[in-house]
Design a protein around this ligand. Sequence first.
Ligand SMILES: Nc1ncnc2c1ncn2[C@@H]1O[C@H](COP(=O)(O)OP(=O)(O)OP(=O)(O)O)[C@@H](O)[C@H]1O
Ligand SMILES: [Mg+2]
Length: 356
Amino acid sequence: MATVEISGLKKAFGAVEVIRSVNLKIEDGEFVALVGPSGCGKSTLLRIISGLEPATDGEILIDGRIVNSLTPRERNIAMVFQNYALYPHMSVAQNMGFNLKLSGLKRSEIDTKVKEVAKLLELDALLDRKPGQLSGGQRQRVAMGRAIVRDPAAFLFDEPLSNLDAKLRVQMRSEIKTLHQRVKTTSIYVTHDQIEAMTLADRVVILSGGNIEQVGSPIELYNEPDNLFVASFIGTPSMNLIDATAVSTDMGMAAQLPCGQLVRLHRTQHVQEGQKVVVGIRPEHFVLHTGETALAGTITLVEPTGAQTHVTFKVGEVPVMAVLEGGLLLKAGEQIAASVDPEKVYVFDKQTGRRV
Ligand SMILES: Nc1ncnc2c1ncn2[C@@H]1O[C@H](COP(=O)(O)OP(=O)(O)OP(=O)(O)O)[C@@H](O)[C@H]1O
Ligand SMILES: [Mg+2]
């Protein structure tokens, strides 16, 4: 196990800058997810950490030691990719011990090590089976077992679940998390799925266009997004983001929507009268209520999910989504008023995109 530090990291392919200047410290035993849209540089960053790709500038430190000039093997990092590529003709035990055999370890030592790891992964009863006789989850555990027997300093995962069906993905996600809680190896996990990142990681790093937008625990990112990018990226359904102008009212600051309706803002928010802002409201923060702070409009879509009802309504010309508790008997075309606690209203500067 080890700390992994990235300092002033830059990467360009020819004239194209893919990683702009990334600084990140990952603690010993920590599980960090790198998440961001396609092409933002996630895999490139992972490949640079592993040593498969050289950095253009900056340093990678493992346990405080600069490893830029070391080969992947010397860095002692295990990569787990989308397809596990187990050898189909070998047993579980042979698959798990294969790398140790290559590095010249004695047969008895390999056996001991494989048995120890198999026990940890609850694979001890399956050691004689071939990969074809295992479930998807068991196969993944073998792939991880094969990495664990080498005692890597860290695990790097690049979208390991992306070609599984939805149900298996959720199951595997729990398996990976449970496994990390047991072995506590420092892990860096790349995904474009924010739910996967949130549910798995101690800390989530949000990347966009080769820059880190924000780093934080899942709850920090959800509660305190620094900017519009993070606000819209984290949370499903995503946060409503509505253009407005800050106005001063008898009841304190408010944001006026183009249709004239007002959203009250919490008094500690530093907005100036007349400032162009973007108001952020999470769909799940709406409650069905016609108080003075409510937004009113015409329902355009009702989507029941069982425990909740997703309602889209038009406030002026702006579509707004509310996730309301319970199975509600609402219909498109009806009027609705839903309110939100002013404490839970986010305000971003329209020009900079930063939260104010
Ligand atoms: N060898 C290469 N030569 C030139 N450009 C590259 C090379 N590898 C990656 N790129 C570019 O660098 C950018 C980042 O690629 P990367 O694979 O890191 O994205 P990603 O975040 O992993 O995306 P995805 O979610 O689609 O896997 C992309 O624009 C890609 O086209
Ligand atoms: Mg990728």
